[in-house]
Design a protein around this ligand. Structure first.
Ligand SMILES: C[S@@+](CC[C@H](N)C(=O)[O-])C[C@H]1O[C@@H](n2cnc3c(N)ncnc32)[C@H](O)[C@@H]1O
Length: 317
């Protein structure tokens, strides 16, 4: 029977996505995230709002590796990579620890975090190996292999991107999915009626993972995946652009997004930590967009901008 090792990293919340991707690139089949913000404002079974838990600025990210992988070297490699990110994230409170798990613990941890998750009225994310989950009514299943993917697709930034896509897509649109990662947003867009989707990621591994996941779903022929840095060199006009990347990177693409979005089209930006939202809003507004919708979950913001001459219904319009 195989045993497993885990590496747990405590780090500032803003580093969560990058560190998760780094742990998966190092060979983990997935990550488990423990974030106190997820428990804030939750209700108990009687509908009472639970008392606010003191909110830590740190998240705990745990990744699992088979015991035959050299855990000491892996830990050192990961610590080195994190140290190189010191200019991007606060490393205050950082800790990196390892643990040995029995097969039973591993199986439990894995199961707990990769169950089917109904995200919106119509969209449910289902692990690819769950064959017995049946869609009911108008429910559409997004099949993902979290073992290959950047997250399970149930992170607040992804969830809000899905809510936003459901809000703006009506059918027949051309969509650009910048930073496609697992491909989850592109697959969702096919279900929501988009006619043609161009998905980009800067990371070659993400491009491969996205292609593999997209193939698991009907409508995959509508999605074209390629490696690209943001929207550099792209000339495909789009009705909607969606990007779930960190704020500091999103601001680099607002001008290109404005160039490519058709009149009355939308730019959806997610992955924005609360205190950087104003910076992203200013960047998109300077490019010519108007803010139409702002969603907040815990520390995360998702913004829907519109390219329009008609300011009615836009925030501050
Ligand atoms: C948080 S993941 C989002 C994945 C997926 N779209 C979702 O919503 O769950 C961010 C993705 O953006 C990609 N990315 C980061 N910087 C990028 C850039 N400059 N150009 C294109 N993709 C980038 C990363 O490789 C990663 O796959």
């Amino acid at each position: 029977m195989n045993n497993w090792n885990s590496i747990t990293i405590k780090i500032s919340r803003e580093a969560e996505e990058t560190i998760s991707a780094l742990l998966i690139e190092a060979g983990s089949a997935g990550v488990e995230i423990n974030d106190s913000a997820d428990y804030l404002n939750h209700e108990d079974q009687f509908g009472e709002v639970l008392p606010e838990i003191e909110q830590s600025e740190l998240v705990e990210i745990t990744a699992y590796y088979p015991e035959n992988m050299p855990i000491v070297e892996l830990k050192a490699e990961i610590e080195h990579k994190i140290a190189n990110l010191a200019d991007y994230f606060s490393l205050t409170g950082l800790s990196v620890t390892t643990n040995n798990l029995s097969e039973t613990n591993w199986a439990e941890a894995w199961k707990k975090y990769f169950e089917p998750a109904r995200i919106t009225h119509d969209l449910t994310i289902v692990p690819s190996w769950t064959k017995d989950y049946l869609a009911t009514g108008s429910e559409k299943l997004i099949r993902l292999d979290p073992g290959m993917a950047f997250g399970t697709g149930t992170h607040p930034t992804t969830k809000m991107s899905l809510y936003a896509l459901e809000q703006v897509l009506r059918g027949g649109e051309t969509l650009l999915d910048v930073g496609t990662g697992s491909g989850v947003l592109s697959v969702a867009a096919t279900y929501l009626g988009a006619a043609e989707i161009f998905a980009y990621d800067i990371d070659e591994v993400a491009v491969r993972v996205a292609l593999e996941n997209i193939e698991l779903n009907p409508g995959h022929e509508k999605i074209h995946v390629s490696a690209n840095n943001l929207l550099e060199g792209i000339d495909k006009k789009a009705d909607v652009i969606v990007a779930n990347i960190l704020a500091d990177i999103l601001v680099l693409m607002t001008d290109d997004a404005f160039r490519l979005v058709k009149e009355e089209g939308y730019l959806i930006m997610s992955g924005i930590i609360a205190d950087k939202a104003d910076m992203v809003i200013a960047s998109a507004e300077n490019a010519g967009f108007f803010l139409e919708t702002r969603m907040i979950q815990g520390e995360w913001n998702c913004l829907i901008f519109k390219k329009t001459e008609n300011r009615e219904g836009v925030i501050g319009g």
